[in-house]
Unconditional design. Structure first.
Length: 397
C-alpha cells in the first residue's frame, strides 16, 4: 500500500478551535479565535463598494479567458500605489515588479519559492510570536528559519532591543520577515523611530527585508500603515512585499494578494519579473480573476475608491472603539490594568491570558480564544462584551 503509513496531521489550532465552537451548543458562545473582521452584528459583510464593483464587472465582462501570468498590469500599478504612495517613482519606473497571487498567503509562498529557486538566500528570520503559517510556508518552500524575539510579556510591548540583539546573529544575505502593521498575533507595531533604527540596521547588516502587509488600513490609515515599508525603502534597495486585500476589502474567499519585489534598477527588475512568472507558472499556472477585477475596479474608480476608504475607516474605527471599551470595562471589573490593549493595532490583541485561563474560558464560559491568549478584537461587539469581560474577570481572580 502507498498511503497506509501516513499519520494524521495535528489539528490546526485556529481551525480546530472553530470546529469546537461550531459544536458548542451554548447559545451565548463567543468566537474570538477566527481572524476575520466582524461588524457590530457579528457578521463578516460584503462591502458596498465591492457590490458596486461586481455590478460593473457583470455588465462589462465579456470573457473568462486567462489573465496574464502575473495578473492585470493595472492591478499591479494600483497595488504599488497603495504600498509606495501614488507619487512614488516605484509605481511605474520598473524598479518594482508585481504579480497577483492567491491571497497574502500565496504572495508569501511565491516570494519564498522565488528566494529558494533563485538562490537568493537559505535562511529566513521570523518574529516570535508570529502568524503560525509563516514557519510552514518558508519550510515548504525549502528554506530554513530562525526566530527573533518580538513580544515583551512583562510590558505587553515590543521587545525591540532583544529583537535587534538577536538579529545581530543573522548572516549577510539572510532574509528578515517583518509585519508592516497590525502585527499578528500581538497587535504591537514599531514606532516611527524604531522603524528608522530597524531600517538602518537591516541595511548595515545587508539583510533582505520580506514584509508581510496583510492589514493595510486596519491600523491607523492607508498611508500611515505603509510608513514602515517606506522608511525601510529609504535604506534598503531590495525588498519583497506580500500584500493582501482579504481584510481591507473583505475579500477573504476571493484570494486576492500581490507579491511586489523592489530591485535596484529597471534592468534587474525585468529579470526578476521573468523569474517571478516562472514561480507563478509552476505553482498556480494562472491567477484567479474575479477578486483581482474587483480590486482593480474599486481602486481605479473615484467614486468607489472614496466609498472604500469610508467603509475601511468604519471598520478600523469600530475595532478601535472595541479596544477602548474592552480595556475600560476590564479595568472597571477589577481584572487588572488592560490599557495596553488600546495601544495595540489591528484585529488582534495579545491579551496576556495564560493557557489555563484560555482553557477555562472555553470550558466554563464557551468563549473561544487561541491558546496563546490572542483575541480577535473584531469579534467583540456591544452584545457580547459584557459577558466577555465578566468571564475574563472570573478566570483571572
Amino acid at each position: 500500500m502507498f498511503f497506509d503509513r501516513i499519520e494524521a496531521a495535528p489539528a490546526d489550532p485556529i481551525l480546530g478551535l472553530t470546529d469546537s465552537f461550531k459544536n458548542d451548543k451554548n447559545p451565548l458562545k463567543i468566537n474570538l479565535g477566527v481572524g476575520v473582521y466582524q461588524n457590530a452584528q457579528g457578521q463578516t459583510p460584503v462591502l458596498n463598494c465591492v457590490k458596486e464593483a461586481e455590478k460593473i464587472i457583470l455588465e462589462t465582462e465579456n470573457s473568462k479567458s486567462y489573465l496574464p501570468i502575473t495578473g492585470l498590469s493595472e492591478f499591479g500599478v494600483l497595488a504599488r500605489e497603495l504600498i509606495f504612495g501614488k507619487d512614488s517613482e516605484l509605481v511605474n519606473n520598473g524598479f518594482a515588479v508585481s504579480c497577483h497571487c492567491p491571497g497574502g498567503t500565496g504572495a508569501l509562498r511565491i516570494g519564498s519559492d522565488f528566494i529558494k529557486q533563485q538562490n537568493v538566500a537559505t535562511t529566513v528570520w521570523i518574529s516570535d510570536p508570529t502568524w503560525a503559517n509563516h514557519y510552514q510556508i518558508v519550510s515548504m518552500a525549502g528554506l530554513k528559519y530562525e526566530r527573533y524575539p518580538y513580544y515583551d510579556r512583562v510590558t505587553h510591548g515590543l521587545a525591540f532591543d532583544k529583537m535587534l540583539e538577536t538579529l545581530q546573529q543573522a548572516k549577510e544575505g539572510d532574509v528578515v520577515l517583518l509585519h508592516a502593521c497590525c502585527h499578528n498575533p500581538t497587535g504591537i507595531d514599531p514606532t516611527v523611530e524604531q522603524w528608522q533604527e530597524l531600517a538602518e540596521f537591516l541595511a548595515s547588516k545587508k539583510l533582505l527585508p520580506f514584509i508581510d502587509f496583510a492589514y493595510q488600513g486596519f491600523g491607523n490609515g492607508i498611508e500611515e500603515d505603509a510608513q514602515g515599508i517606506r522608511i525601510i525603502l529609504e535604506h534598503c534597495k531590495e525588498v519583497l512585499i506580500a500584500s493582501s486585500f482579504s481584510k481591507n476589502l473583505g475579500l477573504y474567499n476571493e484570494r486576492v494578494g500581490c507579491l511586489t519585489i523592489v530591485c535596484d534598477s529597471k534592468e534587474v527588475g525585468d529579470k526578476v519579473l521573468s523569474q517571478m512568472k516562472i514561480a507563478v507558472r509552476t505553482a498556480i499556472s494562472n491567477p484567479p480573476a474575479h477578486g483581482e477585477k474587483i480590486v482593480t475596479t474599486v481602486l481605479s474608480d473615484t467614486k468607489l475608491r472614496a466609498m472604500w476608504e469610508d467603509e475601511l475607516a468604519q471598520m478600523r474605527n469600530r475595532i478601535h472603539d472595541m479596544r477602548k471599551a474592552l480595556a475600560s470595562k476590564l479595568n472597571a471589573a477589577g481584572a487588572g490594568d488592560f490599557n495596553f490593549i488600546v495601544e495595540q493595532n489591528g484585529m488582534f490583541s495579545f491579551s496576556g491570558l495564560t493557557k489555563e485561563q484560555v482553557e477555562r474560558l472555553k470550558n466554563e464560559f464557551s468563549i473561544y480564544i487561541v491558546g496563546s491568549g490572542r483575541i480577535c478584537v473584531a469579534g467583540i461587539n456591544e452584545n457580547n462584551i459584557d459577558r466577555l469581560v465578566s468571564s475574563i474577570a472570573a478566570v483571572i481572580k
